[in-house]
Design a protein around this ligand. Structure first.
Ligand SMILES: Cc1ncc(COP(=O)(O)O)c(C=O)c1O
Length: 364
């Protein structure tokens, strides 16, 4: 069988229930980048089963369109700045929430709200406050200025919210977290707007801060948590939503001294059996992986040689009972995507979102 990513909807449902109990605030489900690589609509549908009025966050206009085309009643927040008047009008008309992080969106918004084309639907605007990340967002003064101008001129036509993004949420004790939180909470107290400070898996697990009205949940939803410190008990309950599978397509007997693969990078120290597995970096397995392993039946076997575009090779040893056609779990079983990320010097975020299109997503 070709490589396949099984999407375990029961695990997602269970993760949501567990996390919602802890969050206690309204959750915004972050489903950008094709639902973190799991398939956007798969994930949206599963989340809706648990929470029919769920609120979803995406990063691209096209992702917002895809969700609204799927069901126009869904609540969506677009986290990246709008690029033109068409996108702004579409978001307002379709009730899609969007961020205001700069002058161009402010102008487009005022033009549309003041125009004869404005339909009588309320725009849902999130003032994005730059609390120190210095990437996207408005200074404190600009937040206040836009807040005042929008409230006075178009107060009846829009709902305003406040949002920000932590820079060091994976480094729990970093001084920036406290600084950013302080700025954010001061301003949200002053403006009294519904708010969401990005807490990410990391800060959420350690501090479980409940100071904002909405909580944006991403990686933890998908059952990936080992990359965050703390909250061991909670992390143990979260289950991986994706299991990535491939198949043994060849088993070769290798003599002592034989090499395997490109650049003859692996040489057998003793005779062994080497399985060729039909997954490679063309499917999203990281080429930089060094020393990882895969699961065949209930045993782990080490990767050898280099990761190719279409295959990897593993050492089965001399007595393995493996066979051609056998299922191989690449991650999502005993090997976690967090382990593969560590071996490849990358992050689980990157690995999940770069599983390529030639890997079929099968919703279970
Ligand atoms: C703006 C924003 N909010 C929320 C999230 C969710 O973060 P996590 O996946 O760490 O929970 C992200 C992730 O990239 C993000 O960019």
């Amino acid at each position: 069988m070709e490589p396949v990513a099984y999407i375990h909807s029961e695990n997602l449902e269970s993760n949501i229930s567990i996390l919602k109990e802890v969050v206690k605030k309204r959750v915004i489900y972050v489903v950008k980048a094709d639902g973190y690589g799991h398939g956007l609509i798969n994930i949206v549908n599963t989340i809706r089963k648990v929470e029919p009025a769920a609120f979803f966050a995406v990063a691209r206009f096209s992702e917002a369109e895809k969700i609204i085309k799927h069901d126009s009643k869904l609540n969506v927040l677009l986290l990246s700045p709008l690029l033109d008047a068409y996108e702004l009008k579409w978001c307002v008309d379709n009730g899609v929430h969007f961020i205001l992080s700069g002058d161009s969106t402010f102008r487009l918004l005022c033009e549309y709200l003041g125009s004869v084309h404005f339909k009588n639907v309320k725009g849902n605007v999130w003032l994005k406050y730059n609390t120190g990340m210095n990437r996207l967002g408005l200074s404190e003064n600009l937040v206040k200025t836009y807040y005042g101008l929008l409230k006075n001129s178009y107060g009846d036509k829009i709902n305003l919210h406040l949002l920000s993004h932590l820079a060091c949420s994976n480094k729990l004790d970093h001084y920036a977290n406290e600084l950013q939180q302080k700025c954010f909470l001061n301003l949200s107290d002053e403006l009294k707007l519904p708010s969401s400070l990005y807490a990410s898996g990391g800060t959420f697990l350690k501090k479980c801060k409940q100071d904002t009205d909405f909580h944006r949940l991403g990686l933890l939803l998908y059952g990936v948590s080992d990359c965050f410190e703390g909250a061991k008990d909670l992390k143990q309950k979260l289950l991986p939503v994706m299991s990535l599978h491939a198949t043994i397509i060849e088993i070769n007997q290798i003599k002592k001294g034989d090499f395997v693969g490109y650049n003859a990078s692996w040489i057998a120290r003793e005779s062994t059996n080497v399985a060729v597995i039909n997954i490679g970096y063309g499917d999203g397995y990281p080429q930089s992986s060094e020393g990882g392993c895969v699961q065949i039946a209930d045993r782990l076997y080490p990767l050898i040689g280099s990761v190719n575009m279409d295959t990897i090779t593993v050492d089965l040893g001399s007595n393995a009972n493996c066979y051609v056609g056998q299922d191989v779990i690449i991650w999502g079983g005993r090997v976690k995507v967090e382990d593969v990320a560590l071996q490849a010097n990358t992050s689980p975020y990157e690995l999940l979102t770069r599983v390529t299109n030639r890997v079929k997503r099968v919703l279970l």
